[in-house]
Design a protein around this ligand. Sequence first.
Ligand code: NAD
Ligand code: UPG
Length: 332
Amino acid sequence: MSVLVTGGLGYIGAHIVVELSAHFEKIHIIDDLSNANLSVLENLRKLVPEEKLIFHQGDIRNPEFLENVFGESIDSVVHLAAKKAVGESMSNPLLYYDVNVAGTLNLIKAMRNHRVKKLIFSSTACVYKEKTLPHTEDDTLEPENVYGQTKLISETMIGDYAKSDSEFQAIILRYFNAVGAHPSGLIGEDPRGIPNNLLPYIQRVALGSLPQLNIFGDDYNTPDGTAIRDYIHVVDLAHGHISALLNLTPGVKIYNLGTGKGSSVKEVVEAYEKAINREINKRVAERRPGDVDVLLADPSKANRELNWRSEKTLSDICEDDWRFARNSKIVI
Ligand SMILES: NC(=O)c1ccc[n+]([C@@H]2O[C@H](COP(=O)([O-])OP(=O)(O)OC[C@H]3O[C@@H](n4cnc5c(N)ncnc54)[C@H](O)[C@@H]3O)[C@@H](O)[C@H]2O)c1
Ligand SMILES: O=c1ccn([C@@H]2O[C@H](COP(=O)(O)OP(=O)(O)O[C@H]3O[C@H](CO)[C@@H](O)[C@H](O)[C@H]3O)[C@@H](O)[C@H]2O)c(=O)[nH]1
């Protein structure tokens, strides 16, 4: 059996590739290297038997490229390739519609042409209308940014396509905050330039390549005043994809992948300080525009129907992240 992972050299995709290797004979990876590099492939080859990995460098917006890849025998697709920066999606919306919507459309056309019937799609908590209680999958959908909008349009497209083909089987996974790294220290998140996200920023401060962490606001409506998120270890997230592949049935199902447990910015900083056994240089700064008080998953549907639950703790997240940081000698 063979599986195609689009965006398979990216942060989450690479972790999924490792877990897939226990279940599939061949893993085809598509990546255009727009947000990844070939060193990830080298490290994957240390974790996955070499004969299982087939890398196709190219862009999902290119139908001819996809035709070539689908010329190989492919049974199922895990589709992650996308642009994911919320701020950039507001300043360059057409890029997001192009890669996330048109790219997904091309991929589904190629799947239709080659009668590939199984799809796992990466969506996001950004599709939900803001609320402080944990989100269930049937909550109101009202993305506040272009990124979330492009994911919601893709979800709708997948749903409409499934109605036209009774054999089509899809699971949409809405991820909350993906963090941490592979316990081997070989793969993890390595954003280009100055990181936007909390964990990579803390990591750079811990490494000494950035001087100070800015805690964006301590006047949120939360117990310690800093914003609360649902941080899920990337390996737990990867396991969720295996459970999804094993539970595909005709039609489309949607699941949250989160822990259901919130951590504040201060709690994350404290956990990281514990993992590295020293303090991190930090200060409280202005709120970041667009941030909400609380964003939490209700993962009970995935727990129940996919027989999946997150297992790793916030300290596992920080320890694994730090191991990857030291191992990969990250620099900005
Ligand atoms: N990181 C998170 O917290 C998070 C949360 C919710 C959803 N997601 C979704 O999960 C998926 C993976 O996210 P990630 O954090 O691993 O991001 P990432 O940027 O590390 O991975 C995406 C990969 O896709 C590749 N890619 C981008 N455009 C492409 C194109 N046109 N053709 C081929 N390859 C292309 C990039 O080079 C990259 O390797 C995305 O769909 C993202 O929207 C991520
Ligand atoms: O330097 C920093 C960076 C972040 N934060 C705070 O840390 C929290 C988490 O921020 P961040 O790591 O940027 O994640 P989110 O803004 O919650 O968004 C992430 O998680 C979403 C899913 O929940 C995904 O859809 C997004 O793509 C992904 O960036 C927020 O309260 C931020 O204000 C800081 O205080 N200082």
